[in-house]
Design a binder for this molecule. Sequence first.
Ligand code: KG4
Ligand code: ZN
Length: 337
Amino acid sequence: MTMRVLGIETSCDETGVALFDTEQGLLSDALHSQVAMHAEYGGVVPELASRDHTRRLLPLIQRVLDEAGIRRQGLDAIAYTAGPGLVGALMVGASTAHGMARALDLPVLGVHHMEGHLLAPMLEDNPPAFPFVALLVSGGHTQLVEVSGIGQYRLLGESVDDAAGEAFDKAAKMLDLDYPGGPAVARLAAAGDPQRWRFPRPMTDRPGLDFSFSGLKTHTLTTIRQLDQQDALDEQARADVARAFEEAVADTLAIKCRRALDATGLSRLVVAGGVSANQRLRERLERETAKRGAEVFYPRGRFCTDNGAMIAYAGAQRLLAGERDVIGRMQAVPRWP
Ligand code: KG4
Ligand code: ZN
C-alpha cells in the first residue's frame, strides 16, 4: 500500500516542506531560505528564525500539496524535525505537525535531523545500497557513521570541537566574508594558490576517526593576523588563505573517510550535510574512493543543505517500520545525540 508522508523541516534557518510517496518517490518539495534575513546580522538570530518559520510554514505546506495535486485528506502521515536545532524553530515545526496530525487523525513522526541528512542520498536515482559509511558534515555536526540499514547506525567518530561547517563559517568571518560562510569561502578559494601554504590536517597523524577543527581555525586566524600586520592581506592573500583552509578541511575529511572504509571493510561512502556541497571536498573524495574501487554518493545540490524532502523520506521509512509519536506529545529536542 502506498503511503504519502508530508515532511516538515524547521530546525534552523530554512523552512522546508516536501511530500514523499513510498511508491512514486518525491512528489513535490518547497523551501524558504532565511539566509537573506539573517545576513544582516552575520548569523542566524534564533528569535527571528522562529517567527519566520511561523509565517512561512503553512503557505509552503499548501504549495507542496497543490503542486502534487493532493488534498490534505490524501496524506497518510506527517513527519517533522524533532531535533537537534534551535528550540524555538523546532517548536514551530513540531506544533504544526502535531496540530495537523490531530486535526486529520494521522500518525505523526519526529525525525532526527541528522538521520534526515544521512538518508538524503536515498532520494537520488542511483541510491546507495546498505551497508555504507556516511560522512555527515553540517553546520552543527561532523560525524562518521556506519549505516547497516534504516535506524541501524553506529557512530565511528565525530568532532571533539567545531563542526566542519562551523569552521567554514568562522573562517569566513575572519576573512570578512558574508554569512553563510561555507559557499563564500569556497568562492574566494577558487582564485587561491594551493601551493602557497599547507595548513594543518588536525588529528590525521594519529589513529582514530575523531575530528578537531579548532587548531586549524587558530592557524587560519594567526596567518590572517600576520598578513595584516605585514600589510600584505590583499585580495590574492585572502584567496590563498581561503584555499589553504579549504584544502586542509577537504584533505582531513578524506583521510578519515579512507580510514573509516578501511576499518569497516565497506566500499560505499555517503556524504551529506551542508558541507557536502563543497566542490573541493567532492573532488578529493572522488580521488580517494576511486583509488580503492569504492563508490561515493551525494544528495543533489539542494538536498545537501537543510530541506523538507529528507525529513519526509526518513519519516516514511520510520512509518513503514511501524513507528510513530504519541499525538500531542510533541518533541522539540535542541540537543539530541
Ligand atoms: O546541513 P546544513 O544546511 O545545516 C545544518 O544542519 O547545519 O549545513 C550548513 C553548513 C554551514 O556551516 C555552511 O557554511 C556549510 O554547511 N556549507 C558549505 C558549503 N555550502 C554550505 N561549506 C563549504 N562549502 C560549501 N559549498
Ligand atoms: Zn542540517
